[in-house]
Design a binder for this molecule. Structure first.
Ligand code: GTP
Ligand code: MG
Length: 294
């Protein structure tokens, strides 16, 4: 069989994490309509009888200003050091094509095979409009393949997985068949809470939020809930007020939605206790980053 590592690289918000979840048939990575949702390198294993693809989802590549942003972009480029192939993801919007064209030279220069996916084709009203976009993208570099994709609807996912499998070396599987990820449950819990903040708040609030899980208590039996205590760290006291909301409405919403996702993930009842804490300017300081897990 074929087996190896594939990094998913691209600008923020193009649909890297959505594709990964769709390919795995499992919600591994959090997603939102805001750029810079993914902050870590996330490992997800795709199994078929013919191939095992170890995907590395990465933060979107962008012009980074804060320490957190610089760390995120570094994480993305560093992922390329350990892979057998790359999935370069772009989106079909005018801005998406422009951004991808700017990124393309660095990806075209890689020594490993690169497959380019043009995502969000469901937003292109007429099929004919797609052809010139595919041709343009093909001209950016010597890609192994150019695949039209709708990660959201699932169109092209199977074909893209096939193209990526073909890029991998022949060899035995790298992970046992029942392994989807190496991420600990505590990390997944923190991420699901952060996803709700990204989806429910706006402007600069989500960008100043980090979530830590302070306690994760497994019950003695399945009749009792898993008890999770987590802290939502914000950069300013004004943001704390927004996260808590009027009469606690926002924190309640975040908590309810996160708990529902966690119960689906764990398959058990969850008791979720959320705290909000101000950690001034954590995203701008190296010390703040390491303290909050970045
Ligand atoms: N219409 C459409 N929207 C999509 C598609 N794929 C992803 N999206 C949406 O695009 C937004 C960003 O998706 P993500 O998967 O979080 O994007 P990402 O590239 O991982 O973003 P970062 O982690 O911020 O770099 C979300 O609102 C998705 O629902 C698609 O095929 N079609
Ligand atoms: Mg992402």
């Amino acid at each position: 069989m074929h087996a190896g590592f594939v990094a998913i690289i691209g600008a923020p918000n193009v649909g890297k994490s959505t594709f990964l979840n769709q390919a795995l048939g499992f919600k591994l990575a959090i997603t939102s309509d805001k750029p810079q949702t993914t902050r870590h390198r996330l490992l997800g294993v795709h199994h078929t009888p013919e191939a095992q693809i170890v995907f590395l989802d990465t933060p979107g590549i962008h012009a980074a200003k804060t320490a957190l942003n610089r760390r995120m972009v570094a994480v993305a480029w560093e992922a390329l050091a350990e892979v057998d192939a790359v999935l370069f993801m772009a989106e079909v919007s005018a801005k998406g094509m422009e951004r991808a064209a700017a990124l393309a030279p660095r990806l075209a220069a890689l020594k490993v095979p690169v497959v380019l996916a043009l995502n969000k084709i469901d937003l292109v009203p007429r099929k004919q409009a797609l052809l010139p976009l595919l041709e343009r993208a093909a001209g950016w570099g010597d890609w192994k393949a150019v695949v039209p994709l709708s990660g959201l609807k699932g169109d092209g996912v199977e074909l893209l997985v096939k193209e990526l499998s073909a890029c991998l070396p022949e060899g035995p599987p790298l992970f046992p068949e029942d392994v989807i990820t190496d991420l600990p449950m505590r990390f997944m819990a923190a991420e699901l809470i952060r996803e709700k903040v990204f989806r429910l708040t706006s402007q600069e609030v989500p960008y100043g939020v980090a979530v830590t899980v302070d306690q994760y208590l497994e019950p003695p039996d399945e009749d009792h809930p898993v008890a999770i205590t987590a802290t939502i760290h914000v950069e300013r006291s004004g943001h704390k007020g927004i996260i808590i909301g009027k009469g606690g409405a926002m924190i309640k919403k975040i908590g309810t939605q996160a708990r529902q996702d966690l119960e689906k993930l764990i398959g058990q009842h969850v008791f979720l206790d959320l705290l909000v804490r101000v950690e001034p300017k954590w995203s701008r300081r190296e010390q703040g980053l390491s303290k909050l897990g970045y």
